[in-house]
Design a protein around this ligand. Structure first.
Ligand SMILES: *Cc1c(COP(=O)(O)O)cnc(C)c1O
Length: 383
């Protein structure tokens, strides 16, 4: 009987060592509750890490986007702009509120919201009297969007910007922490993110009054009286004290995790960049990416396609994935408007066809990474 080595995942959790101690403290003090000292401490530590005046710990990044959109005043019938090249969680909260997403293409230079497509879309919306209530700028695969250009375009129409930094905690933009550049920023601690609480999210803002409102909505909108009184629609969206304990331990190793992900990226690049027709996701000059995932593209001219590499890895029990399927191509969003980067450049569709993500965990063993590299190289040589 042959025993296959254990599966290598795209981006598995990687514990630091102190998580257990914080969780143990929660157990010993019986704070197995949706609130508690770890939750408050995790919020304060996150706020300090990113340099935000306030933070709100939530059950998911998606919940954080939902609350941010509601704080922006999004109501049924409104529109919200969102990149097409992103994970579904960026956009579903728009529909939770009965609003319509309008999808914007990404810029080949950053793989994030295209400022020129955004400007065109805003101009058109202005002419139609349908200026969006908010723009969601996503920082894909660990790299920030070009927030100065995005903010400038939005300021012209007084549109608020939400930064979806679910994939970019620890990245920088012109010296500032990713996620702190818009009116609201959100992070995710889902199991596949750079640090995890198994599931969770965080909302940050300079506007602490807005965060207080979100805190109220996130705890069933309980009015401050002894009996249970509710005058607004709320949710059960808080992060539990036990999960916040995991988060506190994870935050202690975040900088180490970023260095490890970047080292994984560097090893792939050194081993694969000499192949004709291969490119790595570029790192924009305005900041540092966490390289949450290592993403590559194959030239259209190559006979090898991303699927060939993904399938070859899967045969060895190794997980690789295509880049996010553009949201304007999702059946759920059929009929939604989509603005391409340029008349002759539909970047999200182009990169979906050519791009794929390799296992990028901060705990990827060098011997396992060598195996992955060997497989990718052998497929490329055959092609
Ligand atoms: C993971 C992710 C989310 C959603 O976060 P959850 O915590 O899983 O709800 C949103 N946007 C992006 C870009 C993500 O990668």
């Amino acid at each position: 009987m042959s025993t296959q080595p254990p599966r290598i995942y795209l981006s598995p959790p990687h514990l630091g060592g102190q998580e257990r101690q914080f969780v143990e403290e929660a157990f010993q003090s019986n704070w197995i509750a949706p609130c508690g000292p770890n939750q408050e401490a995790f919020e304060a530590e996150m706020a300090a890490y990113v340099g935000a005046p306030g933070a709100l710990a939530l059950s998911s990044g998606t919940a954080a986007i939902h609350l941010a959109l509601r704080l922006c005043g999004v109501e049924p019938g409104d529109t919200v702009f969102c990149p097409s090249l992103t994970f579904i969680g960026s956009a579903t909260p728009i529909q939770f509120l009965g609003a319509d997403p309008v999808f914007i293409d990404s810029d080949p230079a950053t793989w994030n919201l295209s400022p020129q497509a955004l400007e065109r879309a805003l101009k058109e919306a202005g002419q139609q009297g349908r200026v969006p209530k908010a723009v969601i700028a996503v920082n894909l695969y660990g790299q920030n969007a070009d927030m100065d250009a995005i903010q400038k375009a939005c300021d012209k129409y007084r549109v608020l910007v939400i930064e979806d930094a679910a994939e970019s905690l620890g990245a920088t933009y012109r010296g500032k922490a990713s996620g702190t550049l818009g009116k609201f920023g959100i992070y995710s601690f889902n199991g596949n993110k750079i640090i995890t609480t198994s599931g969770g999210g965080m909302l940050v803002s300079k506007d602490t009054a807005a965060l207080d409102k979100a805190r109220y909505w996130a705890t069933q909108a309980r009015d401050p009286v002894l009996h249970y009184e509710h005058s607004e629609l709320g949710y059960n969206y808080r992060m539990s004290n036990v999960l916040a304990a995991i988060g506190r331990g994870q935050l202690k190793v975040l900088d180490e995790r970023i260095a490890q992900r970047r080292a994984v990226f560097d090893r792939y690049r050194t081993a694969l960049e000499s192949f004709e027709g291969i490119e790595f996701m570029p790192e924009a000059g305005f900041g540092t990416s966490t390289r949450w995932l290592t993403v590559l593209t194959l030239d259209r001219g190559l006979s090898v396609k991303p699927h060939d590499i993904i399938a070859a890895l899967d045969r060895e029990n190794i997980e690789a994935r295509p880049v996010w399927k553009p949201l304007h191509l999702q059946p759920l969003f059929k009929g939604c408007t989509y603005h391409t980067h340029a008349d002759d450049c539909n970047f999200s569709e182009n990169v979906f066809e050519r791009g794929f993500c390799l296992p990028s965990g901060s705990n990827l063993a060098p011997a396992d990474q060598d195996r992955i590299i060997d497989i990718v190289q052998s497929v490329l040589k055959r092609g």
